[in-house]
Ligand binder design. Sequence first.
Ligand SMILES: C[S@@+](CC[C@H](N)C(=O)[O-])C[C@H]1O[C@@H](n2cnc3c(N)ncnc32)[C@H](O)[C@@H]1O
Length: 385
Amino acid sequence: MDLATFERLLSPAGQSLLTEIASRAGIESDLAPGTRLRKGYDIEFVAAAVTQNHLRGKARSKFGDGAARMYFTPEALEQSTRAAVSEHRAARLSSSGASAVVDLGCGIGGDLIAFARLGMRVRGVELDPVRAAIARANLTALGFSGTVSCEDATTVAIASDEATFVDPARRDGKGRIFDPTNCVPSWDFVTSLLGGRGVSKTMPGIDHRLIPAGVEAEWISVDGNLVEACLWGVAFASVRRRATMLPSGATLTSDDDECSLVEAPGAYLYEPDDAAIRAGLVTAVAAKVDGWLIDPKIAWVSSAAHVPTPFARAFRVIDELPFREKPLKAALVAHDIGTLTIKKRGVDVIPEVLIKKLKLKGTVTATVVMTRVQDEGRAYLVNPL
Ligand SMILES: C[S@@+](CC[C@H](N)C(=O)[O-])C[C@H]1O[C@@H](n2cnc3c(N)ncnc32)[C@H](O)[C@@H]1O
């Protein structure tokens, strides 16, 4: 979508076209309004409005009901931060005393909106003219004030009361491992901001060695899925590493007690949340459940008694099973198991391949943990709690 088409969508004609398409949703197929409306409008305009309506539906999982009034492009929606995370970040920034923020590369405004929602004075800067116009329109559509300029974020002046936020795009648009030479604005620009009142979203796969001195890295998961890491500049950092689980907001840090005791599994096993694993806080999870590690390098924790925790998924150990395929199959047959989930860590097992080979025909559904315990492959029949 080019800028002229987007501006037409904002015009009264565009708004009534969007309203009409939305009102037909569910009554007609995606293509039908296009075919019918082309009688009154040109084809590109109708296609842009139909696409916009489709993107609004898709964006609902990230932005909730507000998505129905917002504007997107497919790539910018893909890159935008979901509200659960941007609101958590905005709340933390606001509670640390920041009242104004400049978003340097604001895209369609996912983060900008969250800052505005908390009453902060917001200013977006975006190189792409269509995205800049969309971010501006999104603020207006949701009833927030703020400005968005279309310019290079690396050269704008920052006011003394403004905190900075930057969510760099990956230059090639792909990959989960963070390569600092591969983002725009550049990693050098990002780290220069982190020396002060800067905050940056980054890839959860970031190598800990890249985190500048004095900066806090916060790994964030939503509903158990690791979604991003956020770097808190020197002015906002309070610990070195943190794992935050949303929506609960439960948080674990490198200042929490740790337990690095290693022993064979006891009555309970815990699979730490990926945010805790990435943050290098598995030993802190072990301390929270009065437990221990089952191997110094494996992210499973065990305990003698069940301690409910937001930082890990707990399993009751029912039985230890043989690890090798043939005796494992015999044990699973003896338990009448037909449907199996294998959770593996640190061992050379491909669950789908093994499950196929086992050809189980029993009536029971079960979970087996296959893991390394002090350099040995072990298998445990477990019950999720
Ligand atoms: C990952 S997206 C930001 C998404 C945004 N946080 C959101 O939630 O919608 C990164 C944005 O930075 C913009 N960008 C990259 N380099 C820039 C620069 N030098 N100046 C301004 N914007 C830039 C890109 O055009 C892109 O829209």
